[in-house]
Design a protein around this ligand. Structure first.
Ligand SMILES: NC(=O)C1=CN([C@@H]2O[C@H](COP(=O)(O)OP(=O)(O)OC[C@H]3O[C@@H](n4cnc5c(N)ncnc54)[C@H](O)[C@@H]3O)[C@@H](O)[C@H]2O)C=CC1
Ligand SMILES: O=C(O)CCC(=O)C(=O)O
Length: 414
């Protein structure tokens, strides 16, 4: 049988397993097995050459029993409806794991921003908000950055919503520039959260981070900040990659140099000869492997060849269910995406809270509060996994889904 690479249906299987273990009935699964609202829009945009191009966009809102839905928007040529469905469900789990008053949401536009001008990107970002403004808003559904979107795109989206709302609405979106109500530390929050999780996982495996050999796939927002934090902490980052290839040096790469040379889409390998492929990168001998790019990277085809002691998923969905089984059976500690990458949405929540009260926190306070949430979340998931003898993904799903299931039950939705 060939492996299931569909993110949506493979997520449903784990949600079902988690709900069964928690003792919920079929009705609860029926409610939570897909987003409560899935919107598809067509966005006509005048391109720089004067021609109109129509883009497809999506927004998935999984469940808002706990609070407004929340999650990023990605601009990528491979965005699909099923991917956005799965991503919105994972956001519900993340919010549950770090205990935020949100449900899960996620959006995407099928486009390649690497081939668009800034003006075209601005028109597309504003068009997305116009198409979805009825179902989004600071108390309904709050977007944020994800793959190939950034603070500038958040600023255009916030400005467009504020025009429609006839009110300055910083709480409409998070990941904004600081001068528009962004939070200290949001740009590096995902990577900081992953760093905290790596430290916790390394402690459990007796690995000293000083000198630990780390491989990171992806050199964008998540991967590049992460490589810097680990490099500064004394780890040896021996491999990194982007969409075009990978770099490897067993003595450790010069991360400061690479950060200086990378472009705004997280591309740096095109400047070098003798690059590896992303497939080769994942199989390098190392202590810690961090997929921080895209989905379905560790599958049944390469899971047997992974040499890391710990795999920490900074990306959403990089490991298939079959590969999760193989890695766990091989004794590799796999820390799932819904736990490892929850630092981003945690600081997004702090940003939204600051916008709502109009009072802004220091970077130290943001870091302290985020650290507390991430360490507690790791401890909860690790304890659940070890005491029940289940893998970390199932343990994380059980913790992540419980709050939404309970809130839904109290509301009479299941
Ligand atoms: N930005 C955030 O706050 C959060 C991001 N994530 C996840 O982290 C992952 C990376 O996101 P960001 O760093 O924000 O995106 P980004 O757009 O800043 O960087 C993406 C990186 O992945 C590389 N990449 C793209 N396609 C690739 C391919 N086919 N093979 C190998 N590398 C490829 C790009 O070259 C770039 O280096 C995604 O799965 C995202 O959903 C998760 C939580 C929060
Ligand atoms: O910051 C946020 O609200 C969401 C981040 C996100 O999309 C994710 O964690 O995958």
């Amino acid at each position: 049988m060939t492996e299931n690479l569909n993110l949506f249906t493979s997520t449903q299987v784990v949600i079902k397993e988690a709900l069964d273990k928690l003792g919920y009935d079929e009705g609860m699964y029926d409610l939570l097995k897909e987003p409560m609202r899935m919107t598809e829009v067509r966005i006509p945009i005048k391109m720089d050459d004067g021609k109109v191009k129509v883009f497809t966009g999506y927004r998935g809102q999984h469940n808002d029993a706990v609070g407004p839905t929340k999650g990023g928007v990605r601009f990528h040529p491979d965005v699909t409806l099923d991917e956005v469905r799965a991503l919105s469900m994972w956001m519900t789990l993340k919010a549950g794991i770090v205990d935020l008053p949100y449900g899960g949401g996620k959006g995407g536009i099928v486009c390649d921003p690497r081939e668009m001008s800034m003006d075209e990107l601005e028109r597309l970002s504003r068009g997305y908000v116009r198409a979805l403004s009825q179902v989004m808003g600071p108390t309904k559904d709050i977007p944020a950055p994800d793959v190939f979107t950034n603070a500038q795109i958040m600023a255009w989206m916030m400005d467009e919503y504020s025009r429609i709302d006839e009110f300055n609405s910083p709480g409409f979106i998070t990941g904004k520039p600081i001068v528009l109500g962004g939070s200290q530390g949001r740009d590096r929050a995902t990577a900081e959260g992953v760093t905290i999780i790596i430290n916790e996982a390394a402690k459990r495996r007796g690995i000293d981070m000083k000198g630990a050999r780390v491989v990171i796939q992806g050199f964008g927002n998540a991967g590049s900040f992460l490589s810097k934090f680990l490099y500064d902490a004394g780890a040896k980052v021996i491999g990194i990659s982007d969409a075009y290839g990978a770099l490897h040096d067993p003595d450790g790469l010069d991360i400061d140099y690479l950060l200086d040379r990378r472009d705004s889409f997280g591309t740096v390998t095109t400047l070098f000869e003798n690059t590896l492929t992303n497939e080769e990168l994942l199989e390098l001998d190392c202590d810690i492997l961090v997929p921080a790019a895209i989905e379905n990277q560790i599958t049944e085809h390469n899971a047997h060849n992974i040499k890391a002691n710990i795999v920490v998923e900074a990306a959403n969905g990089p490991t298939t269910s079959e590969a999760t089984k193989i890695l766990t059976e091989r004794g590799i500690l796999l820390v799932p995406d819904v736990l490892a990458s929850a630092g981003g949405v945690t600081v997004s929540y702090f940003e939204w809270v600051q916008n709502n009260m109009g009072y802004y926190w220091s970077e130290e306070l943001v870091r302290e509060r985020m650290t507390e949430k991430m360490v507690t979340a790791f401890e909860n998931v690790y304890t659940q996994a070890t005491t029940r003898g289940i893998d970390m993904r199932l343990a994380a799903y059980m913790i992540g889904i419980r709050k939404t299931a309970e809130a839904s039950r109290f509301r009479g939705w299941a």
